[in-house]
Design a protein around this ligand. Sequence first.
Ligand SMILES: *Cc1c(COP(=O)(O)O)cnc(C)c1O
Length: 340
Amino acid sequence: MTVNLTSDTATQPTADMLKAMFNARVGDDVFRQDPTVNRLEAVAAERFGMEAALYCPSGTMTNQLAIKCHTQALDEVIAEEKSHIYQYEGGVYSLLSSVSMNLLRGERGKLRPGQVAAAVKPRYDWLPISRLLVLENTCNKGGGSIYTLPEATTLVEEGRAHQLASHLDGARLFNALVETGESTAAWGRLFDTISICLSKGLGAPVGSLLLGPQELIDRARRYRKVLGGGMRQAGYLAAAGLYALEHHVERLTEDNARARRLGDALALLPYVSKVEKVETNICIFHLAGERMASDFLEYLRKQGIQAVAFGPQTVRFTTHLGVTDEMVDYVIREISALDI
Ligand SMILES: *Cc1c(COP(=O)(O)O)cnc(C)c1O
């Protein structure tokens, strides 16, 4: 058996998703004439109660377009130090927007009440201007941790009291919402802009959406074009996104439950020193003693199981559309049989 726990980006389109893609009506999206892209943007914006949405090739692009549209050169962005925009987007905020990061240390990637207000810089000529707050829900490097709406509201309001704009990196927001039962509309009301990924747990092959006010999305569309993100008959891809929003949201509870099962099994193993709390579809754990993640991953690979290191002795398992209960049973059998 082969099991890919590397990332929820590993999903393959389902047969029904491929059918939806095959049957898509398309046009040139650069001329805004792709009916399927237009519909995806309208459906997503409506679901979050936002004025407009922009379909982009990746979540890196939607996050960075948001930073570009919210800031000016020499501003700073306030974010938790584990945030994707800082860790995994190549530092491109410095190139594209000429801004710096004011990184705060929270817990599991989450900021605590008071941290945002305390981080805003006073307006002196020699200080960057604090302009934008970015929160991430769920936080990937934080172990798939969930911000509840009240927690996020406190932080956004702290920022707003100091004229900070707010952006939510919601690459895996739906993994959180299926747990908390909170509504997309409530999250849409809270943030100025939101990025969601269609290509993670939702299972589309490509694509992310930036949601926000019409005026900002219009500016983001110009930047998307000059960055090479103006795709022509993108409706074939957008059709997968529409299908995912329609059919793959509720089922995320299954991914979250499977990750919890993996976490529970790992917690019983003598060679695992600690399993981070599993809140959604990500399970991060640490190997005990001198055991190295690279050796453990090599053993897994020989059993047909793929995962990634998140540090020298730290491993991440991620569940998704392509991971079944039988696969989780198999992984649990294999890791329980390992004697290291
Ligand atoms: C995956 C991810 C993104 C976007 O990544 P792309 O690979 O550029 O689509 C953004 N934020 C978080 C938290 C992510 O996990």
